[in-house]
Design a protein around this ligand. Structure first.
Ligand code: NAD
Length: 239
């Protein structure tokens, strides 16, 4: 490993859990009392767009009442000072990483605070509801906006950039993710194949826990600041 390792950090719903945003798997397979198939697939949107738009309108409103926690803050601090390559790939659709100050960030599953026009393909920052079918701010078409969320069965965003970073990574860290949703669940194997050391920070062993060189289990607000301090101290010593 170089003295300044290239770092890729994958985050999931567990990093936002202590900010008061529910995870997926912890709700007994339900997401906010809904089955995934009823709210998070293109088929669900085609079948019952009002239900899907209402569901995301509630999630979009809810995240705006939440604040980043110590785990988001620690990752933003690492991003700000790390002299090597670093990429935070989040599966989260909340905006808590960027509100904490993270800049080198990819939202691979989209964002609650973005609307996508299915007519002109424009993305617009969106904080209000979509259920009342507002016109697209770019092309003016009525009723063509959908949540800018990658639903199950759709292609995650920026995969070329993510695999490029994974293949250059010296260190891969997975935080607060169950390892149940692909392709993100396969990133640890990609990084290992490229020679990276791999660490899991999660409340409990994830489904892919055995792929990691090291696993620490506990709440993200405790584990992540400690890990960030360690890596910053180690890089100072080797500089
Ligand atoms: P997941 O719900 O499948 O798994 C969450 C993991 O986090 C679990 O392994 C759990 O043990 C762990 N966890 C729970 N609380 C924790 C804590 N305080 N500290 C550390 N770990 C904790 O989430 P996932 O793997 O991200 O996959 C679910 C999908 O659902 C993602 O694609 C994501 O887009 C979407 N989702 C996003 C949000 C969000 O944006 N905040 C919330 C729910 C679901």
């Amino acid at each position: 490993m170089d003295s300044i390792p290239n770092i890729v950090i994958l985050t999931g719903a567990g990093v936002s859990a202590e900010s008061g945003i529910d995870t997926f798997r912890d709700g007994g397979g339900l997401w906010e009392q809904h089955r995934v198939e009823d709210v998070a697939t293109p088929e669900a949107f085609a079948r019952d767009p009002d239900l899907v738009l209402r569901f995301y309108d509630m999630r979009r409103a809810a995240i705006q009442t939440k604040a980043p926690n110590a785990a988001h803050d620690a990752l933003a601090r690492l991003d700000a000072v790390w002299p090597g390559e670093l990429l935070i790939v989040t599966q989260n659709v909340d905006d808590l990483h960027e509100r904490a100050g993270a800049k080198r960030l990819i939202h691979m599953h989209g964002e609650h605070l973005s609307a996508w026009c299915t007519a002109c393909d424009a993305r617009s920052r969106w904080t209000g509801p979509l259920g009342d079918r507002p016109a697209c701010p770019s092309c003016g078409a009525p009723g063509t906006l959908r949540p800018d969320i990658v639903w199950f069965g759709e292609m995650p965003y920026r995969m070329d950039a993510i695999y490029h970073a994974l293949n250059r990574a010296d260190l891969f860290v997975s935080i607060g993710t169950s390892g149940a949703v692909y392709p993100a669940a396969g990133f640890v194997r990609e990084a290992r194949a490229a020679g990276a050391r791999t660490i899991e920070l999660n409340m409990e062993p994830s489904q892919g826990s055995h792929w990691f060189d090291e696993a620490r289990h506990g709440p993200a607000t405790a584990l992540v600041p400690t890990w960030v301090e360690e890596i910053l101290a180690a890089s100072t010593r080797s500089a």
